[in-house]
Design a protein around this ligand. Sequence first.
Ligand code: NAP
Length: 384
Amino acid sequence: MKEIFITGATGFLGSYVLDHYLRETNLRISVLTRAASRQEGLEKLWKALQIHQDASTFWQLQDRVEIVSGDLTKPRLGIDDDQYDRLVKGAESILHIAASLNRKSDKACLNHNLKGTLAVLKLAQAARDHHGLRRFSFVSTTAIAGKRDSETLTEDEAFDWDRSDYDPYARTKKFCEHMVRELLPDVPKTIFRPSTVMGDSRHPRSTQFEMVRAFNAVFSMPVFPVRPDARVDICNADWVGKAIFELHRKPAQHDCYHLSAGTASPKAYDIGQAMARLGRRPPRMVPQLFGATQMGFDLIAGLRQRNTLTYIGSLFKVFLPYITFDTVFDNTRAVTELGAAPASFLDYGPPFAEWCRSQNYRYPYLPFPERPAVVAVPSDGARA
Ligand SMILES: NC(=O)c1ccc[n+]([C@@H]2O[C@H](COP(=O)([O-])OP(=O)(O)OC[C@H]3O[C@@H](n4cnc5c(N)ncnc54)[C@H](OP(=O)(O)O)[C@@H]3O)[C@@H](O)[C@H]2O)c1
């Protein structure tokens, strides 16, 4: 059975990709996770997948999943020697999604993103040397574009060594892209750059809440320092997950794709009006207050005591540039190859934002389900 090695499958975005692999292929899927045992790994998978699958589907599809206990920050990914050797000999492709999204920590980004990606690349090199790797894909981010002001960027324009970054997350992901290109010159590669991924166009639920929390706070404020016509590039997770799945599988035409709303991105004014459907009064948009607001949030975020106020201050400090920089990422390549565009946040965003708030930004996780005595084999015939 052919095998794919995926990192980050237990995360928000990775769970969308894994769900596609489980339902639509018959590949064996090895999943890296920081779990001390197979049971702990399965519990993490259930937590990630329950937004996509009920308990019976979960158990029907689990037999093709190999839990690989490990850690990006450890030598040889912290994987035991037998399993590492098996991956080197068996992986026909690698999809590296895992990362630290901690925009405030140089240390976390250095260790998880830079050191971690280097370790995944070494595994990829060993697999390439052993039998040739069909494809290596890396999930990056449009944040690699660095500090920008009112631009529309293609994949080639977004990467610019001479530009400063907003945070260590952006900086380390940018260097990861460079490492992927430098260290696997002879392997077919794809770099995916999602923009801000928020919500699912099919239902108003999510397991990731930080950005939507910031959005809810922004659009509940009386005044916000953004130009009304500033565009905000937000993309639905179901489209991004499907794009990563499809483009990793096929012989892609490009080595890099923006997974973004691009020129269809909504303007801040329109988002305010859409949120007003929830009965909120849209904030007055006063861009002149940007500097003062940023200073205020920096001050609050830096306070020694930790409480809701400092948490909100930290959220704004990291997300403010991305909400206000009016820069969008051309998605023509991905839309053309997939034959489908992302959904409009103006349509699915308001009920989604409301659901998140009503849940107090916590997913109502179901407990780990008992494995049934007899597990039904999927009847629809998964495809390779
Ligand atoms: N969400 C967005 O809006 C967005 C936008 C643009 C790009 N991206 C990119 O998409 C990718 C996934 O993001 P996400 O939002 O899904 O993140 P997430 O929900 O925080 O998931 C992170 C994943 O990475 C794994 N991971 C983190 N540190 C690890 C380590 N030291 N060792 C092994 N695994 C580790 C976690 O696995 P365990 O906890 O199971 O170990 C988890 O599966 C990232 O590369 C991110 O840069 C996300």
